[in-house]
Design a protein around this ligand. Structure first.
Ligand code: ATR
Length: 281
C-alpha cells in the first residue's frame, strides 16, 4: 500500500448489505493499483438513510455505493443528480465533491451494457427486438440503457401489468408493455432476452418460460449472479443460445464508481472475475 498517496474512503450503503461482493471488488482494485484507501460495508436502516448519506462528508468519505433498498430514496438526498441517473430515477453512486456537496450517479446502465459487450464485442442494441422481463428497480436502468443505445423495440413483460405500463408511459420511445401471460409470444424474433426479475435467484422459484420461440442467435442475459447459471441460462445454453450472467453487470457497474473516488478507471480482469466467482461457488 502506498502511504504517500492520499487516503480515500468509500463503501456501500444497503440493508442488509453483509453479503455484498463490492468490498471484495473495490478492495482488489485498491491493492492492484497500489492505492491508499478502504472500501467498507455500511449497513444503514431505511429510516436512517438521510443521516447516513448527509454524514458522508463529515466522516471523510469520498463517496459510496447505494444499494437495495436505498437507490430511489438516496436520490432525494444529494445536491446534484447526473442527467442519466435522473432519467433512470435512481442512484447507485454518491460522490462527495470538492466543495463538500453530494453528487448522485447511476452506473448500473453502463455496467449492464458493458457486460453484454464483454460477452459479445459486436453486440448492438438495434440488432432486433429486445424482451425484458420485470419492471422493478433494476429494470429501470436496463430500459434506459437499451433505449439510449438505440434499441428500436423493447417488449416489457411484468407480473404486475400496471408497473410495466407505467414504465412504458414514463420512458416512452421503443418500450411496449406486454402481459406476463404473453412472455413467450414476446420472444418471437427477439435478438436479446433479459431477466430482471428475482425468479431463478438462489432460494427463489425458477422463471417459468419456454424458449421455443426465441431465435437461436438471440443473446440471453440474466442479471442474477447467485447462482452464476440460473435455470433460464442453463436452458438457453442447452439449446445453443449465447448467455450472459449478472456477474459482468456487477463488476462493470463498479468501474466508473471506483474512478469517481479513486481517479483510476479499473479493469475487469479474469483474475478479479474468478475471485468473485469463488465467493459464489
Ligand atoms: P429489483 O430492484 O431487483 O428490480 P424489485 O424492484 O423488487 O427488485 O423488482 C422485482 C421484479 O421481480 C419485479 O418486476 C417483480 O414483479 P412485480 O412487479 O409483479 O412484483 C418480479 N417478480 C418477483 N417475484 C415474481 C414472481 N413470483 N413472478 C413474476 N415476477 C416476479
Amino acid at each position: 500500500m502506498a502511504t504517500d498517496t492520499p487516503y480515500t474512503l468509500a463503501g456501500v450503503m444497503g440493508w442488509p448489505v453483509a453479503h455484498s461482493r463490492s468490498p471484495a471488488i473495490h478492495g482488489h482494485w485498491i491493492r492492484h493499483y497500489g492505492l491508499n484507501g478502504h472500501y467498507v460495508l455500511l449497513p444503514v436502516q431505511p429510516e436512517r438513510i438521510a443521516d447516513a448519506v448527509r454524514g458522508l462528508p463529515a466522516l471523510g468519505f469520498a463517496g459510496c455505493n447505494i444499494t437495495i433498498p436505498h437507490k430511489v430514496a438516496a436520490m432525494a438526498l444529494v445536491d446534484r443528480i447526473d442527467p442519466l441517473a435522473a432519467r433512470i430515477g435512481a442512484i447507485n453512486t454518491v460522490v462527495v465533491d470538492k466543495d463538500g456537496r453530494l453528487s448522485g450517479y447511476n452506473t448500473d446502465a453502463y455496467g449492464f451494457i458493458q457486460s453484454l459487450l464483454d460477452a459479445q464485442p459486436d453486440w448492438r442494441a438495434d440488432a432486433g427486438p429486445v424482451t425484458v422481463l420485470g419492471a422493478g428497480g433494476a429494470a429501470r436502468a436496463i430500459l434506459v440503457a437499451l433505449a439510449e443505445r438505440g434499441a428500436r423495440e423493447i417488449r416489457l413483460c411484468n407480473r404486475s401489468p400496471d408497473k410495466a405500463q407505467a414504465l412504458a408511459a414514463e420512458f416512452g420511445g421503443p418500450i411496449r408493455a406486454y402481459p406476463w401471460e404473453q412472455r413467450e409470444d414476446a420472444l418471437e424474433g427477439a435478438a436479446l432476452l433479459v431477466n430482471t426479475t428475482s425468479l431463478g435467484m438462489k432460494g427463489q422459484e425458477p422463471l417459468e418460460i419456454s424458449l421455443e420461440r426465441l431465435p437461436r442467435h438471440a443473446l440471453v442475459c440474466d442479471i442474477i449472479y447467485v447462482p452464476l447459471e440460473t435455470p433460464l441460462l442453463a436452458a438457453a445454453r442447452e439449446r445453443g443460445n449465447a448467455t450472459v450472467n449478472g456477474l459482468g453487470m456487477l463488476l462493470n457497474q463498479a468501474r466508473p464508481a471506483f474512478q469517481h473516488w479513486f481517479g483510476v478507471l479499473p479493469e475487469v480482469t479474469p483474475e478479479l472475475r474468478r475471485m468473485v466467482e469463488d465467493t459464489i461457488g
